[in-house]
Design a protein around this ligand. Structure first.
Ligand code: HPA
Ligand code: ZN
Length: 322
């Protein structure tokens, strides 16, 4: 039997499937610039991170009510469970909703409802990580943190995502310091399109516990040595890397190189509705493209549980669950 998976890098807004986009547009009477499902589907060709982010943010216009967020998260938990996921730490982007006039309370109550039910309904334990939009002002990220603290919400951590190049971790030192003082876990996207220097900054200036993506660490041997030495988890997203042209093909993905270097690598889906699938699809892609073996999959599964923020008791349960 194989060890179940923890998914540690998944943006809930990135699990918004085209069918649900159209259904929510109708329910909320939101006008979309797409003729039909085929027209919408034809837009899912990306040349880089920004070309994806443009569609990702545009499609969020259909997410308006608490019920929308609950439906979105429930659909993900059901699909993740079918993919073998038993623990999920999911990102959401508060600013992407508050700037459109959707109250943070509605977002959190909707996600919270799904999160509370997911262990009983799907066997998936879950936690929420609020991710800062790094291309927006640092002061706005600070206000978001203040509101999360004021609302006293069940958020486990703070993350950092969106357009990486030109928005280094150094821009957010203060907000991450305050998040840690409030007892939040911290993680950051770094080394996806940005240089290895951004990974150093995320570790040294933000004090993060995991790096999201991190594939560009391989350009810097001293950085690899540090990440191996400290066993800093890297939440790698293979299908995302191919679709956003971080790597050319799955056959050229550096996942095995990273594993062989002794890095604590995990496999995740990032934005499954946009990049060709869920975590099981990522493993299928790795098997087909890289010849990933059952032994390697088992290492990756155990890594995902080790790298999670689940309780020690839950980790033991998951590791012994196989
Ligand atoms: O892969 C990503 N990178 C940066 N920002 C994101 N927001 C959703 N997915 C991503
Ligand atoms: Zn991501």
């Amino acid at each position: 039997m194989s060890t179940p998976l923890a998914e540690l890098h998944m943006h809930i807004e990135g699990s918004l499937e085209p069918e649900l986009i159209l259904a929510l547009a109708e329910r909320n009477r939101v006008a979309l610039p797409y003729r039909d499902l085929d027209d919408l589907r034809s837009r899912y060709e990306f040349t880089d991170l920004q070309s994806f982010l443009d569609l990702y943010f545009a499609n969020m216009a259909v997410l308006r009510t608490e019920q929308d967020f609950a439906d979105l998260a429930r659909a993900y938990f059901a699909r993740a469970a079918a993919a073998g996921v038993r623990h999920a730490e999911i990102f959401f982007n508060p600013q992407a909703h508050t700037v459109r006039g959707v109250p943070l309370r509605a977002v959190l109550d909707g996600l919270g409802e799904a999160v509370r039910g997911s262990e009983a309904e799907f066997g998936v334990s879950t936690a929420l990580i609020a991710a800062v939009l790094r291309d927006r002002p640092a002061a706005e990220a600070g206000e978001m943190l203040d509101e999360l603290v004021r609302l006293d919400v069940p958020v486990l951590g703070l993350g950092l995502d969106s357009a990486e190049v030109g928005n280094p971790p150094s821009k957010f030192v203060e907000v991450f310091e305050r998040a840690r003082a409030h007892g939040l876990h911290t993680v950051a996207h770094a080394g996806e399109e940005g240089p290895p220097e951004y990974i150093w900054q995320a570790l040294d200036l933000l004090g993060v516990e995991r790096i999201d993506h991190g594939v560009r660490c391989l350009e810097d041997p001293a950085l690899v040595a540090r990440l191996v030495d400290e066993q800093v988890p890297l939440t790698v997203c293979p299908l995302s890397n191919v679709r956003l042209r971080v790597v050319d093909t799955m056959a050229e993905h550096p996942l095995r190189t990273m594993l062989d270097a002794g890095l604590l690598v995990t496999v995740n889906s990032d934005d499954p509705a946009y990049f060709g699938g869920y975590v099981d699809d990522n493993f299928a892609g790795l098997r087909a493209g890289l010849g990933l073996t059952d032994e390697e999959r088992e290492v990756l599964a155990r890594n995902s549980i080790r790298a999670s923020f689940a309780s020690a008791e839950r980790k033991r349960e998951l590791l012994g669950d196989g």
